[in-house]
Design a binder for this molecule. Structure first.
Ligand SMILES: [Zn+2]
Length: 87
């Protein structure tokens, strides 16, 4: 029988479902500027399903960043996703 492994679970801020941390994209928002998490400060997570849904993800980012600048947020999240997939 395989040993039962439990992974840390984190909540996606868009759908509020819980996932294994490694399946989520970790982000942070500092002074309303969105970026990939740098390792310090507050962070939040988005799941890959939500990242496919631009409207949903932008709304969630607006809440997480307390910013109403939807154009900035949707442009920025696309850049972050592109960077993450490159590395
Ligand atoms: Zn989600």
């Amino acid at each position: 029988m395989a040993p039962k492994v439990t992974y840390p679970q984190r909540m996606c801020v868009a759908c509020r479902e819980r996932f294994e941390q490694k399946l989520l994209l970790r982000l942070q928002c500092k002074e309303q500027r969105l970026s990939a998490h740098s390792g310090e400060g507050r962070s939040f997570y988005l799941c890959s399903d939500c990242l496919e849904n631009e409207k949903k993800v932008t709304r969630a980012l607006a809440r997480a960043c307390k910013s109403g600048d939807m154009n900035y947020l949707s442009t920025q999240i696309k850049e972050i996703i592109t960077d993450v997939r490159k590395s």
